[in-house]
Design a protein around this ligand. Structure first.
Ligand SMILES: [Zn+2]
Length: 275
């Protein structure tokens, strides 16, 4: 059993120990602390209740930001994108009931960060609240590069046609300026690890609707600034299609968001331990 699998088993066990009546939206802070709380009833005391630490730096990039919509001129400003320019940032999508992508990505990133930090991974977030503007996509890439991250994961949800659903991971293609050539193979490995782990944790189907499909649930693109400007292994995950009713029900469920975070964390762990 690999580290990620042991981590998932530990998380399941701890969830069980926390009681069958535990609300799906249990406080996130409980994720990092139950080992100590539950240690007395464990056959083997903490710290073996949490996954084996992995000495690594991971950058999590929650897409968009809550202050983007009221700042259209600021986020429309063109920035470098790897041989061309793109807008600094965008507002993102939302469910038909108005649950915004920026809120979803921020929540899932926080949950993922908690899970990874509990295993000893150093996590850097590209934004620390959900009320600001930006940062621009090139700055987000710089955050990962400057941190010399072992892996950068951008977290998004899609806004595709309402009759299609599923998640997909975006692996970088060669940027027009060629600058990300050195990270393409490792990023593709990370995309494969995330695909498997996210599907296992959430039961969400790998999407078949996007263009540039490499396989169900994985696309390869060279039009995204964050992936084009990455100089460390980087992937982007579209966790669901927020415009689809089934997926909208998923993303608005805190329990599903916790499973999504677990899937991302498991994928990251699988990648880190395979390197
Ligand atoms: Zn997005």
């Amino acid at each position: 059993m690999g580290r990620a699998a042991r981590g998932w088993a530990a998380a399941v066990l701890l969830t069980f120990l926390a009681g069958c009546t535990a609300a799906a939206d249990a406080p996130r802070t409980s994720i990092g602390t139950p080992a100590a709380r539950d240690a007395p009833v464990m056959a083997t005391p903490s710290p073996t209740a949490v996954p084996v630490p992995v000495q690594a730096v991971v950058v999590l990039d929650p897409g968009h930001n809550g202050g983007n919509a009221p700042a259209p001129e600021e986020i429309a400003r063109p920035v470098p994108a790897g041989g061309f320019t793109k807008p600094c940032n965008t507002t993102g999508t939302a469910t038909s009931d108005g649950y915004a992508e920026h809120a979803f990505t921020f929540d899932v990133a926080q949950r993922t960060a908690d899970l990874l930090r509990a295993t000893g991974v150093t996590v850097v977030l590209t934004r620390i609240d959900d009320s600001g503007v930006g940062p621009c996509v090139n700055v987000r890439a710089d955050t990962a590069n400057d941190a010399a991250a072992d892996l950068a994961v951008s977290i998004h949800a899609d806004g595709a046609a309402p009759d299609v659903r599923g998640f997909h991971v975006v692996s970088p293609g060669l940027a027009p300026d060629g600058g990300n050539a050195a990270i393409l193979d490792a990023s593709a490995e990370a995309a494969s690890d995330l695909l498997a782990a996210f599907a296992a944790a959430t039961g969400e189907p790998p999407a078949t609707y996007p263009g540039a499909l490499v396989q169900p649930g994985v696309t390869q693109r060279n039009d995204l600034a964050g992936l084009n400007l990455a100089r460390v292994p980087a992937v982007l995950i579209e966790c669901a299609n927020m415009r689809n009713p089934l997926d909208a029900a998923a993303v608005t469920d805190p329990g599903w968001r916790q499973r999504a975070a677990q899937g991302i964390a498991d994928g990251v762990q699988a990648y880190l331990t395979s390197r």
